[in-house]
Design a protein around this ligand. Structure first.
Ligand SMILES: [Zn+2]
Ligand SMILES: [Zn+2]
Length: 303
């Protein structure tokens, strides 16, 4: 729906006349993935894959989030890195990507929406999903200006919505219908991406109360082989009951080396280790890539 965009006002209310996202698809989770064990492989030379593979790139963008999913001709980007940087644009350019079928902005903080404006000028964005929450920051203002000139279809999906993008199933886990948009993290978009039997969960900067609400709402919708650790590994997030519901084999956090926020927090790393989750971080591993044919999957670093 081009033209339907968040209000610029600071009252936290977004435009109310948007269509909902596409009708929910039937969930594809049928106990899949039991034998799809991770095959940690730091040797990039063995990471050859054919064009049908999905590659999930947790981009090394410092203290920020940007995850690029490429499968065949389909490109999905979740968050756009930090402002005053161009590393996300550079990564897409180096991969020869000219179109993003779906760009999901989890919430309008500057470390998630930072390069939205540059992306609009660098590539074609077919559709973009935002939470609908607003801020008064200059970065958000620039992003809104860019949204207006992008021509991208705009949606504010809610939990229970789903869309098929190429061969990727995108299921919305948060926020629930009727959410107040006052708390940018609580109202942020969380999505699960499924390719074959492989699932990866993104919760943006969702914190403990939001995680608990997701668990109470539909824990099966959280199950995933790979979890992007919430809020850059902050101790505000990844509560044990949430981790138990997701039950990932691998977790990846995005954080800058020597950042000022104590991300990732040692408590969170201990929780992940106690749950036998293999942990990767962009601060220590650089860009982390996960390659999957929809069944088997492997982790690659050093790309
Ligand atoms: Zn945030
Ligand atoms: Zn953040």
């Amino acid at each position: 729906m081009p033209g339907a965009q968040p209000d610029r006002g600071a009252d936290g209310q977004a435009a109310a006349d948007l269509d909902r996202a596409d009708e929910p698809s039937a969930p594809s989770g049928q106990g899949a993935g039991d034998d799809a064990t991770p095959d940690a492989d730091d040797n990039a030379s063995s990471g050859a894959h054919d064009g049908d593979d999905l590659v999930v790139h947790f981009l090394d963008v410092g203290q920020a989030d940007a995850t690029l999913l490429v499968q065949g001709e389909t490109t999905v980007l979740i968050d756009t890195g930090r402002y005053q940087a161009d590393d996300v644009v550079e990564a897409l350019t180096s991969l020869g990507i000219e179109t993003i079928e779906l760009l999901i902005v989890t919430h309008p903080h500057a470390d998630h929406i930072g390069q939205f404006d540059q992306l609009v000028d660098a590539v074609t964005i077919t559709e973009t999903w935002w939470s609908g929450a607003t801020t008064t920051s200059l970065t958000f203002g620039r992003a809104l200006d860019a949204l207006e000139r992008s021509g991208a279809a705009y949606e504010e999906p809610r939990a229970g919505d789903a869309a098929q993008v190429g061969q990727l199933l995108i299921e919305v886990v948060n926020p629930p219908v009727g959410i107040e948009l006052t708390d940018l993290h609580d109202s942020g978009l969380a999505v699960r991406v499924t390719y074959g039997s492989f699932r990866v969960l993104f919760t943006g900067d969702a914190e403990a109360p939001t995680e608990r609400r997701m668990v109470a709402s539909d824990p099966a919708l959280l199950e995933a082989e790979v979890l992007q650790v919430g809020h850059h590994g902050s101790r505000s997030s990844t509560v044990p009951e949430f981790l138990a519901a997701v039950s990932p084999a691998v977790a990846v956090y995005s954080a800058g080396a020597d950042n000022a926020y104590d991300h990732p927090h040692p408590e969170v790393l201990e929780r992940l280790q106690a749950a036998d989750v293999e942990v990767y971080g962009t601060d220590t591993h650089g860009t982390v890539a996960i390659t999957t044919d929809g069944h088997n999957w492997s982790v690659h670093t050093g790309w």
